[in-house]
Design a protein around this ligand. Structure first.
Ligand code: T3D
Length: 260
């Protein structure tokens, strides 16, 4: 994998988008490399947290606009690449059986911005920014942007972000609730590591259920959501981690969760 690096330390995997000269813009090769890295993460049953970040001064500038085929034979390229690459990537992240932290180290533009929003907890360096760059090139936000953004920042801001393609700072993104936190640049790595360690020691199945239920509310009635909570709670009630959590509380000791 030349465009992605994967590091596994203990129960934490870190995937780094690694085309720094091009602000980690997505080529077909990078999509393929990322699929390979995600397969390795999915196959490793010891993993309990994934960190996604970028190398260099950018997080991800979205689609590499130089890796498009505008020839007559390639005219279906645009929806093909979305169908083959971006949509499966977003759905795959949402289905990953462990929490995902996105450490946005620099500009997150186009599909790169929405890739970040597809992660569970997004922390960004204060110098980073988010840019729904699509309308500048005659497109609309994809990779889930039209779904994640209104949920996180409300329709008024989401529409303006999608239409105006104005950069917003990490601090503004945090104030708007688009991301969890903006931290000084020098603290991003340390804050990310501590957060990943914390999540990796928590009851993994419960964390994944939190994601599932929080996402589901976008399309469900209150009654459906209550039923979903009940169904998920029923499953979690069978987990070893639930037993451990309750026992640890009653025994007044720190719980040792295993993700089972
Ligand atoms: O197939 C499909 O198209 C469908 C899928 C669409 C999904 C999408 O993501 S569409 C949106 C694509 N992304 C963009 O339109 C963003 C384009 N980039 C920018 O607007 C700017 O680069 C940034 C605002 C992100 C950063 O600006 P700045 O001034 O900090 O950096 P820069 O000088 O523009 O970029 C640095 C290098 O990265 C530069 O290369 P060079 O000249 O030094 O060799 C630049 O060309 C390259 N780069 C940045 N973004 C892309 C890119 N190269 C190819 N594609 C990019 N998206």
């Amino acid at each position: 994998m030349s465009t992605i690096s994967l590091n596994i330390t203990g129960s934490i995997a870190t995937i780094t988008l690694n085309r720094p000269d091009k602000l980690n813009a997505f080529t077909r090769e990078m999509h393929a490399d990322l699929r390979e890295a995600l397969s390795a993460v999915e196959a490793d049953k010891n993993l309990r947290c994934l960190v996604l970040t970028g190398a260099g001064r950018g997080f991800c500038a979205g689609q590499d606009l130089a890796d498009l085929d505008f020839s007559p034979a390639g005219k279906e390229e645009l929806s093909n690449t979305i169908e083959k690459n971006y949509n499966p990537l977003i759905l795959r992240l949402q289905a990953l059986p462990m929490p995902i932290v996105c450490a946005v180290n620099g500009i997150a533009a186009g599909a790169g911005a929405n890739l970040a929003l597809a992660c569970d907890i997004v922390i960004a360096a204060e110098s980073a920014a988010f840019l729904q760059a699509f309308s500048k090139i005659g497109l609309l936000p994809d990779s889930g942007g039209t779904w994640f953004l209104p949920q996180r920042v409300g329709v008024a801001r989401a529409v303006a972000l999608g239409m105006l393609a104005e950069k917003i700072s990490a601090s503004q993104a945090a104030q708007w609730g688009m991301i969890w936190q903006a931290v000084p640049d020098a603290e991003l790595a340390n804050t990310t590591q501590k957060l990943a360690e914390k999540l990796a020691a928590m009851p993994t199945r419960a964390l994944v259920a939190v994601r599932l239920a929080m996402r589901a509310q976008a399309t469900q009635t209150l009654e459906q959501q209550l039923n979903l909570e009940n169904q998920l709670q029923g499953q979690l009630g069978q987990s070893k981690d639930y037993l451990e959590g309750v026992n640890a509380f009653l025994q007044k000791r720190a719980p040792v969760f295993t993700g089972k």
